[in-house]
Design a protein around this ligand. Sequence first.
Ligand SMILES: C[S@@+](CC[C@H](N)C(=O)[O-])C[C@H]1O[C@@H](n2cnc3c(N)ncnc32)[C@H](O)[C@@H]1O
Length: 249
Amino acid sequence: MNAIAALKRLVAPRSAGGFSLTPELIGDIFRHARPLGHHEDRESLNLGFGFLYYGVARTLRPEHVVVIGSGFGFSVVCLALALRDNGLGRLTFVDPSYSVLAHGPLQTMGGTSQWDDATRVEARFARFGVADVVTHHRMTSAEFFARYDAVCGGEIQLAFIDGNHSYANVRADFLGCVRRMRRNGYLLLHDTNIYIRELVRHAGVKTWLRRVARHKDAFEAVDFPFSSGVALVRVLEDEAWQRLEASSS
Ligand SMILES: C[S@@+](CC[C@H](N)C(=O)[O-])C[C@H]1O[C@@H](n2cnc3c(N)ncnc32)[C@H](O)[C@@H]1O
């Protein structure tokens, strides 16, 4: 764990905020954390899957949430608000701040280099009162998992995977998280319903989800195939990653 993350853990316990999702705050989420493909509806202040992210984190009360990839911070903010309202937990956010223009569509779709500048990153999260909950690491998920213990360390109870969507990357991100989870860890996989990209093998989220779901003793999964789609996966046993490593490429 780095010094900043360690310091943040010392500040606390945060007082439980109760319920922060006021109409004003939801309006701010639409304006500044800009959901893309989360089955949201701005007119009716419906955060779509954002309510699911918030609700899952409130229900599970995780101590450590990891988010891989975010265009404008929507998933991070919904999850971090839940941790703030729980009065417990830290969120590790990993994103190298790619942009589709600079790095090309094989590295990112929907990326616009929102995470280049640490001061602006902090300001973005401070607007929602979650700057002390979130620690951003500007690196790819591969770099993150290679240095996991030095970068943040600890068990993961809830993960949100939305970085590079290629099959190989989604698989590596999923395994990287599950290796640090025990029974009753949970993962959210965004973009399970982008079938044209999946068809041309530009994405492999759904394909990976199907592989995971075959291991019925180790995982249970439910897909929400609306808008870009999201799936919720529950880990049923400790060391569940071994089942996947043994059987799939
Ligand atoms: C949230 S994704 C957008 C995904 C979008 N929903 C889609 O359909 O492709 C965009 C973000 O993922 C990040 N990203 C891309 N590759 C990554 C990687 N290997 N590790 C972590 N984040 C990554 C980019 O930097 C960008 O900010």
